[in-house]
Design a protein around this ligand. Structure first.
Ligand code: EPU
Length: 337
């Protein structure tokens, strides 16, 4: 473990932004993490996981701690179920593939989501009808105050849409060090109801899909709609889909009868932010080195040399325009630093 100076974070954030960390250290076990956190000479610290949900707008004059805790372990199993613990620094998609190779069912719909295992619970990652919480048992977090490990049960995490206690009451108070999941070993419960999955399976001529087929279908859908961060820098959905009241939705329908929607509860409706942004004319718009992705308006992209502050400016312009046109506020999903 070595503390380095003036390190570019370009390869540590999926937007590919060339921002510098004044100090940088990568930790590969919990003891290293504890000793780094205890260093008094670096009062300001930033925890970096997979770097897939952050927009870095300036150089960081602090100690950046890269969580590189690796390891996947089977905790218990019977004929039907298996409990698996994965350490925080495991790449999420590689973990999904590990599950597919072991025929463990549950997170196949979450294939190809960028980021690491340890950051997945913070925003309860979700896609194609499944959320992290559906297979979640517990997670361990290192308290930044006591340096002790605490186990959080599923109910304690208070999961919601792209939300958990780690974004609210316990924000910046714990570092998640591992996550424990429960998966099926047989009689897998398949989730193919999300429209595009069933049509993708049909186009692949698959009638009785396995979990591996679903994973492949999801990979193929994501590859066709979402830019690969290794080629075009991005952070997945930049905005959350806004939730509005039924009354507001009825008003929206008067002007935009084709507005798509998902029902959230009796009186709440979720509107795809991608649709609002596309209607506002931003889809595929390029402003030099940055812009809005051509196949999915929810995704802001860095073509190579963009600055985080440029992308932030664009996101604000989009928010302002959407508010003016639809009277709907859209909130960033990524963390802006
Ligand atoms: N739409 C448009 N134009 C666009 C994009 C979307 O009109 O450019 C409309 C279409 O009507 C489409 C609808 O939005 O039918 C929904 O689009 P999509 O199925 O692509 O899903 P989404 O609501 O845009 C959410 C998640 C994604 C996740 C997909 C699939 C959020 C903020 N985003 O996107 O998550 O992969 O559903 O489940 O909830 C991520 O978080 O990084 C992410 C990619």
């Amino acid at each position: 473990m070595q503390i380095e100076q003036n390190i570019s974070l370009k390869t540590y954030n999926t937007f590919g932004l060339d921002v510098k960390a004044r100090y940088f250290v990568s930790v590969s076990n919990v003891d290293e993490l504890k000793s780094v956190l205890a260093l008094k000479e670096y009062p300001e610290k930033l925890i970096l996981g997979g770097g897939s949900n952050m927009l870095l707008t300036k150089d960081l004059n602090k100690l950046v701690i890269h969580i590189n805790l690796k390891g996947i372990e089977i905790i218990s199993e019977n004929d039907d179920f298996v409990t698996v613990k994965a350490n925080a620094g495991e790449n999420w998609h590689e973990f999904v593939i590990w599950c597919m190779n072991h025929d463990f069912g549950g997170i196949e719909n979450l294939s190809l989501i960028p980021g690491n295992v340890g950051t997945a619970p913070i925003q309860n990652i979700g896609a194609y009808g499944i959320e992290l919480k559906d297979n979640f048992i517990s997670c361990e977090g290192l308290s930044l105050k006591t340096f002790e490990i605490r186990t959080f049960s599923k109910s304690e995490c208070q999961f919601g849409y792209r939300d958990s206690i780690f974004k609210r009451h316990e924000k910046d108070k714990f570092i998640i060090t591992s996550v424990t999941f429960k998966f099926t070993k047989r009689n897998h419960k398949l989730n193919i109801n999300y429209g595009t999955i069933s049509s993708e399976l049909k186009s692949l001529n698959i009638v009785n899909p396995t979990i591996q087929d679903i994973s492949k279908a999801v990979i193929s859908i994501r590859e066709s709609k979402l830019p690969n961060p290794k080629i075009i820098g991005n952070s997945g959905s930049f905005f959350k889909n806004p939730v509005i009241s039924k009354l507001e939705f009825e008003m929206l329908l008067q002007n935009f009868p084709d507005a798509p929607s998902y029902s959230v509860s009796e009186d709440e409706i979720k509107i795809p932010a991608g649709w609002l942004i596309e209607k506002a004319g931003f889809k595929g718009k390029r402003f030099g080195e940055y812009g809005v992705h051509k196949n999915q308006a929810l995704v802001l992209v860095n073509y190579g040399q963009a600055k985080g502050s440029d992308i932030l400016k664009l996101s604000k312009l989009i928010q302002k325009t959407v508010l003016r046109l639809f009277n709907i506020s859209i909130e960033a999903e990524v963390n802006i630093l």
